[in-house]
Design a protein around this ligand. Structure first.
Ligand code: B12
Ligand code: SF4
Ligand code: SF4
Length: 289
């Protein structure tokens, strides 16, 4: 493949990119895009202010490696390109269906099936091996736990835009995408970036649906008010002021994602089967009207 390709550096980079895209798809990724490693540094600088204002609550791990979070190059100076990947977990049933069944607890869609950290990381490692075989090079893979800002990088790589709820939204897969990133010292031509909120227009559904008003006026999440944070990350008791709004959500929250009109384009068939809900959690299909 790449080794046998003749022509300019750009041609070679394009050929390698197309081979990586095809392999990513084969490995179960629904989206794959390329950008420079330092393409999202402005969002990285913004995160300092976000942390200084205390928005991260008790997530001390966001503070301890904040300098690395600012830019992938601060963590690994040799990184040249970032490959952003998305794996779909689009649900087969309505995530809001249990909203009125107050005697039952609601678990967010992302936590109903297999652990995405494991599934995405396994596929990222397989893709990394493929890249190293095609073009011997240093690279590193990330999903969630490292100090890499995955959403701004994915936006810079053009696989979607950060919606007003701050999560990445794709035209084809809505917001039901887990993200992963590969940093590489290879020089790969960047894809066209997307812009914050570009296809949100005047829609405010996610802001209006948030039970605790956690999404601020400039589309900044105050994690201390977010039910996902309160039920998964928060140390200590859940403050009384949020308990009524939390309702029967016991692990994570889907509301701002579930109401997004772009999710009507998300095809559950594109979801990785590893993320199907465990048998005991399976629900009826989406309503037809
Ligand atoms: C910390 C964290 C949380 C925190 C804080 C959430 C947050 N929005 O930051 C809590 C615990 C609340 C959380 C909750 C959830 N999370 Co989370 N989380 C992360 C983590 C580890 C870091 C995110 C981060 O850096 N936040 C800091 C803020 C400041 O950064 P930011 O959101 O990118 O926003 C900055 C700029 O880009 C800009 N900006 C952002 N959006 C917009 C929009 C507009 C219009 C504008 C102008 C500007 C702007 O402003 C901010 C700077 O101040 C990432 C993994 C990773 N390493 O990236 C996963 C990650 C973001 N989480 C994820 C998921 C799935 C969730 C939940 C849906 C889980 C659930 N169902 O309960 C919820 C969604 C809540 C929500 N609406 O964000 C996925 C999102 C996938 C996607 N498609 O985007 C990620 C990427 C994990 C992964 N690898 O897949 N999460
Ligand atoms: S996950 Fe729930 S609580 Fe958090 S911002 Fe979205 S709707 Fe609000
Ligand atoms: S619900 Fe509306 S505003 Fe929110 S992310 Fe989706 S399109 Fe954008």
């Amino acid at each position: 493949m790449e080794r046998g390709v003749k022509g300019s550096a750009v041609d070679k980079s394009q050929t390698l990119k197309e081979a990586i895209r095809a392999e990513a798809e084969r490995l179960g990724f629904a989206a794959c895009g390329f950008t420079r490693a330092d393409a999202a540094d402005s969002a990285g600088l913004d995160i300092r202010k976000w942390i200084e204002a205390g928005n991260h609550g008790t997530m001390g791990w966001m503070e301890t490696r904040a300098d690395h979070r600012v830019s992938p190059k601060a963590m690994w100076p040799d990184a040249r390109s970032a490959i952003a990947l998305g794996m779909s977990y689009a649900p087969t049933s309505d995530p809001m269906a249990l909203g009125n069944e107050t005697e039952r607890g609601r678990i967010s869609v992302y936590a109903q099936g297999g652990d995405y950290h494991k599934t995405v990381k396994k596929a990222l490692k397989a893709l990394a091996r493929f890249i190293v075989d095609a073009a011997p090079s240093e690279l590193k893979v990330f999903v969630d736990t490292a100090p890499v800002m995955e959403k701004p990088l994915a936006q810079a790589a053009g696989i979607g835009w950060q919606g007003k709820h701050t999560n990445l939204v794709s035209r084809e897969h809505g917001s039901w995408l887990f993200l992963g990133v590969i940093l590489t010292e290879l020089e790969l031509a960047p894809d066209s970036p997307a812009t914050d909120g570009i296809h949100c227009g005047t829609c405010t559904r996610c802001l209006d649906s948030c039970p605790t008003g956690a999404i601020g006026p400039e589309h900044r999440i105050d994690a201390r008010k977010c039910i996902s944070y309160l039920t998964i990350e928060h140390d200590g008791q859940i403050p009384e002021e949020f308990r009524e709004a939390m309702g029967n959500r016991i692990y994570g929250c889907d509301d701002c994602l579930a109401v997004c009109p772009w999710n009507s384009f998300a095809d559950a068939a594109a979801a990785n089967r590893a993320f199907l809900p465990e048998r005991s959690l399976r629900r009826r299909a989406w309503p037809t009207c």
